[in-house]
Design a protein around this ligand. Structure first.
Ligand code: ADP
Ligand code: MG
Length: 676
């Protein structure tokens, strides 16, 4: 029996040269080849006759090459042209920037091609997207797979290799599911699934195969997470005390009553903290749901148990705000706290570091600076990470190394559907604050095209005259920090001299120094500044209840979750809040984002919509997870399969050695879970 992890150069038909080409596609073993899923398919017999082609159509045709030549366009692009002829007529097929095709496509060959037909100077052209040489394939397959290729490798050779692998190696591919499980979830067997994924006979066939393979990889992934989670459980962590006065005292001095949702998640967190195994919990809650107060209570519990706590935020402004909040929540109570950010100069920094390592500083609030090496805690019992989408798994691990095995609470305002969260954050327990504090009126969101921009500012002036405060968010310019700054400056000047003339305008941007930012934020908070012009530094967490209006310039440049985060800065007081999206969307996606923002206020529903618009791609820093190595499953569409795979994984007691072996083959490049 031949092993599936056999190196690809030893597969029949692969020599040293081909194996290098295959490596370029990420195919190192026979196993990888089996999992090298076709990019698309075509049915050899479903073609149009050339005579029927019309301008602007997507179509596929078959024809004989009657002439072929390589040309150069006026803009220097290479254009390969072949005249294809069938029984009804002929058409010029063109390929851009693939000069090497002149070596493989020759006169007399029989070709299938798919693309877009286009009228160019009164003549119809076929701009080819996919093609295939038909004569060379003697196979009986009607539906042909099209694989992603690299130069030097042809469809035909990859198909042949895949067929060889399917014949010779697939018999050894293990079936992880027992017949009952397969029946229950209507899953076909793994061998049929591989055959039909590469060479389906029908659309139905393909769907079944895809469903099984997507489930297979998600099952392995979930088994890996389960193992990781189990590994975390064996560490002895900190058992915080059950009874403590500090928690009660802080609760009493909060300026509000906790909502039922806040109380529920606090109970969940406390139960974890009291247990001796380390907590690894994700606290999810829409923007403004009130996560900070929950964090304060967890901190109180850690301190009264005699441990230190760390509270880490992604930006300096946010760290400062948390620090201020903690000061007021703990006012008059016994809690020695310090702030540590990157901009703290070394003479101020040294005493903080000394206090942290002696244990005198009980609560350390800060930015990434917190996970730097010089920071040594005497007795860290709790680490809280706010806005987790900016922190990777690796940073979390670093933080965890700071203490014995401190409890970790990750807070996120990027809500995602529960089923998905259980997979994306599968190594974390989850608590969700699912309702907002009372008395909020939903933010009214209005989408205006740029030509009507003045209307938004007119309304802003009325709001300001009324005593309210406003944010104006600068367009996001990703290419250059310098330009970012310029845009902010320009907008600021425009507001001062024109749009908000007579009102107090402030400017906040990412290039300012910490102290400068802090004083601007403070002035805005106290109302000395009425209009705050800002780059996206205000994106996360900033809390100024009197700000009831926001104008986002060139909103089309922002992603949906970013817009939602921004909008979350208003609607925190009792006044009806307004958010203007000024945009000239240039593509349907951007247009759709604007529409979604105006119609949906709920973060979870927006996240779901965002997911299906964008795909899971590199959302939420998924990259480090190994989720990017899913070859079949699409997290944005396959929620049903995600759920199914979780249920299946739950049914297995623990990862057995066979599953482990296949997990390692599948996720060998996902260092995060594979290494564990
Ligand atoms: P987020 O979850 O986005 O971090 P915050 O913790 O900043 O939200 O809270 C948002 C606002 O809601 C703050 O002004 C906070 O004081 C207020 N808040 C939090 N909890 C409550 C509550 N139970 N009742 C009333 N207001 C609350
Ligand atoms: Mg927050």
């Amino acid at each position: 029996m031949e092993a599936l992890d056999k190196k690809i150069q030893f597969l029949r038909g692969v020599g040293p040269k081909r194996s290098l080409l295959l490596h370029r596609l990420g195919i190192e073993t026979v196993f990888d080849l089996l999992w090298y899923i076709p990019r698309s398919y075509y049915d050899r017999n479903r073609v149009q006759s050339i005579k029927e082609l019309q301008d602007g159509q997507n179509c596929s045709i078959r024809g004989i090459v009657v002439a072929a030549s390589l040309k150069r366009s006026r803009r220097g692009m290479s254009v390969f042209e072949a005249i294809l002829q069938d029984h009804s007529g002929s058409v010029t097929a063109v390929w851009f920037n693939q000069p090497f095709l002149s070596r493989s496509i020759k006169k007399g060959q029989n070709i299938w091609a798919r693309g877009r037909s286009k009228l160019v100077y009164d003549r119809l052209q076929l701009q080819v997207q996919e093609y295939d040489l038909l004569d060379q394939d003697s196979t009986s397959h009607m539906v042909m797979p099209i694989y992603g290729l690299t130069e030097g490798l042809t469809q035909r050779s990859l198909r042949q290799l895949t067929e060889t692998a399917l014949h010779e190696f697939l018999p050894n591919y293990p079936e992880l599911l027992d017949p009952d499980q397969a029946r229950r979830f209507r899953l076909i067997d793994i061998k049929t699934a591989f055959w039909n994924m590469h060479f389906p006979q029908s659309g139905e066939n393909y769907k079944e195969a895809r469903r099984r393979l997507a489930c297979e990889e998600l099952l392995l992934f979930n088994l890996g997470l389960k193992k990781l989670k189990a590994a975390q459980q064996i560490y002895l962590g900190v058992a915080h005390r059950e009874q403590d006065n500090l928690v009660q005292e802080v609760t009493q001095q909060l300026p509000f009553m906790l909502t039922p949702a806040q109380r529920r998640v606090t109970t969940e967190i406390f139960a974890d903290m009291e247990a001796s195994r380390p907590m690894n919990r994700l606290l999810q809650g829409d923007v403004g749901a009130g996560k900070t107060a929950v964090a304060a209570l967890a901190i109180a519990k850690a301190l009264s148990s005699g441990y230190q706590a760390a509270f880490m935020a992604p930006t300096e402004i946010l760290a400062q705000q948390h620090f201020r909040n903690m000061k007021s929540f703990f006012a008059g109570l016994k809690c020695n706290m310090a702030l540590l950010t990157g901009s703290l100069n070394s003479s101020l920094r040294q005493p903080v570091l000394a206090g942290v390592s002696s244990g005198e500083v009980q609560l350390l609030v800060g930015t990434h600076a917190l996970i730097q090496e010089q920071v040594q805690f005497a007795k860290l019992g709790l680490a809280i990470v706010d806005e987790q989408h900016r922190f990777g798994v690796r940073q979390r691990a670093l933080l965890s190394d700071k203490g014995i095995k401190p409890d970790i609470l990750v807070m996120s305002a990027t809500p995602i559907p529960r089923t998905l969260a259980l997979t994306v954050y599968g190594d974390l327990e989850m608590s969700v604050i699912d309702s907002l504090p009372p008395g909020r009126t939903p933010v009214k969101t209005v989408f205006l095209r740029r030509e009507r921009r003045s209307q938004a500012y007119q309304l802003m002036r009325r709001h300001l005259a009324d005593g309210a405060q406003c944010y104006v968010v600068c367009p996001l310019i990703e290419e250059s920090v310098k330009q970012d700054l310029l845009a902010a400056q320009t907008l600021y000047d425009e507001l001062r001299t024109e749009l908000a003339k007579g009102f107090k305008v402030g400017l906040l941007h990412g290039r300012m120094r910490g102290a400068e930012k802090e004083s601007i934020m403070e002035s805005f908070k106290l109302g000395y500044i009425q209009v705050l012009v800002s780059t996206t530094v205000i994106e996360v967490g900033v809390d100024v209840p009197n700000a009831s209006m926001m104008i986002i310039e060139q909103a089309e440049r922002f992603g949906l979750s970013q817009l939602h985060q921004l909008r979350g800065r208003v609607g925190r007081g009792s006044r009806q809040s307004l958010c203007f999206l000024l945009a000239d969307p240039k593509n349907p996606g951007a247009e759709q984002r604007m529409q979604l923002m105006t119609s949906i206020n709920d973060g979870f529903r927006l996240a779901q919509a965002d997911l299906s618009l964008r795909g899971a791609g590199d959302f939420w820093g998924v990259r480090q997870h190994g989720l990017n190595q899913l070859q079949v499953a699409d997290l944005s569409r396959d929620l049903e399969i995600v759920e199914m795979s979780r249920q299946l994984a739950a049914a297995f007691p623990a990862m057995n050695s066979l599953q482990q072996k296949y997990f390692d083959m599948k996720f060998k490049k996902a260092s995060y879970i594979a290494a564990n």
